[in-house]
Design a protein around this ligand. Structure first.
Ligand code: NAP
Length: 344
């Protein structure tokens, strides 16, 4: 038996990743796709301008695109994946929760809301317990679960691996691919032969989401991990894969061997889309590289290289695929956690 699922915003850049990843999924069957009113009424193959390198899955091509409204989704759908823009999601996702659906959302709105679980299954699966708090607080039968921002999700598994050493301060500089801004997000005139410093809103998301993800669920609330995170975020002319240079300061002294071992041994969540190992640690100082390493573990693995000591702690580079581990794959992994945890 598989669980019937719907994708909201299925025609967009992240929506297409959902369609691609769900086509062969052993636990989920895609039955419904939604988009804006402009796309509704067409079949998916007509409504979506398919831009991925693998063919449009035949199982999705003929699905009718419906409006993004709970009343338009089939009654036997049990789980909703959301790839909506955040402004739209903030209005529509609560309507799906009120209609009784569990929504696994990639949109950035409400990630820091106290009753909304923000989850990476390998890092903080216990935070799923906030779903019950949310249902009680909002009086809904459904609920909303979020995955973090694509640059946060690249770094946080590496931080979780060394959390036991008493993580106190994190500095990170990102080199983020253009797909992170969506298909029409960055003009080619702006990014070719160029690097654009400062991605609006991105640094603050990394700073706040990381502390929540590494926090502890205490009763009805998440107590954030007591650390400071300072982020500088930059757009570079790569297609997919966010590369990040991370500097950490810990209470206990780490060295290259203990840092590498902690990351290497960081455990998988034992879910279908959770890679084993979660973090691939490479010896080479000039890796990871977006072109070479972004598809490791089907795009779900975090790759680390260049681990070395600094005057104040340790530094390393990490990389993950921003629309797979950082977006659609993250929401699907959260869906698998919901299933394993009995929420579906
Ligand atoms: P996108 O390409 O612009 O796609 C947006 C989708 O939402 C389309 O299916 C669109 O349908 C639909 N939509 C737009 N307005 C709507 C409305 N008023 N009612 C119903 N549906 C509507 O955006 P994206 O790049 O896929 O990003 C989607 C979400 O993922 C955003 O919240 C973004 O911040 C987040 N995200 C993106 C990335 C990334 O790497 N791109 C990574 C992490 C998170 P139509 O085709 O009919 O317009």
């Amino acid at each position: 038996m598989t669980v019937n699922v719907a994708v909201l915003g299925a025609t967009g850049a992240v929506g297409q990743r959902f369609i691609q990843l769900l086509a062969e999924h052993p636990q989920f069957t895609l039955t419904d796709v939604t988009a804006s009113a402009a796309s509704a009424g067409n079949v998916y193959a007509e409504a979506a301008h398919w831009r991925l390198s693998t063919p449009l899955p035949p199982s999705a091509a003929e699905l009718p695109v419906v409006e993004t409204d709970p009343a338009a989704v089939s009654d036997d759908v049990e789980l909703i994946f959301s790839a909506l823009p955040s402004g739209v999601a903030s209005r529509i996702e609560p309507a799906f929760a009120e209609a009784g659906y569990i929504v696994s959302s990639n949109a950035s709105n409400d990630r820091m809301a106290p009753d909304v679980p923000l989850v990476i299954p390998e890092v903080n699966p216990s935070h799923l317990g906030l779903l019950d708090v949310q249902r009680d607080a909002r009086g809904t039968t459904g609920a909303i679960l979020k995955n973090p921002n694509c640059s946060t999700i690249t770094m946080v598994p590496t931080l979780a691996a060394v959390r036991g050493a008493g993580l106190e301060r994190v500095h990170v500089v990102t080199l983020q691919a253009v797909s992170g801004a969506g298909y029409g997000g960055v003009s080619s005139m702006a990014i070719l032969y160029n690097v654009i410093p400062h991605i609006s809103g991105e640094g603050s998301k990394m700073e706040s989401e990381s502390c929540k993800l590494l926090g502890t669920l205490d009763g009805d609330e998440v107590v954030e991990h007591p650390m400071t995170v300072s982020a500088s975020t930059n757009r570079v002319p790569t297609i997919d894969g966010h590369l990040e240079t991370v500097f950490i300061e810990t209470a206990e002294q780490l060295d290259e061997a203990s840092t590498a071992a902690a990351m290497d041994l960081f455990p998988t969540a034992e879910l279908h889309s959770s890679p084993d190992p979660v973090i691939a640690v490479l010896d080479a100082m000039d890796r990871p590289q977006p072109r070479l390493d972004r598809m490791r573990g089907g795009g779900m693995q975090v790759t680390v290289g260049g681990i070395s000591g600094t005057q104040t702690g340790m530094m390393y580079n990490c990389l993950a695929h921003n629309t797979i581990r950082g977006a659609a794959g993250a929401s699907i992994l959260n869906g698998e956690l919901l299933l394993q945890s009995g929420y579906l």
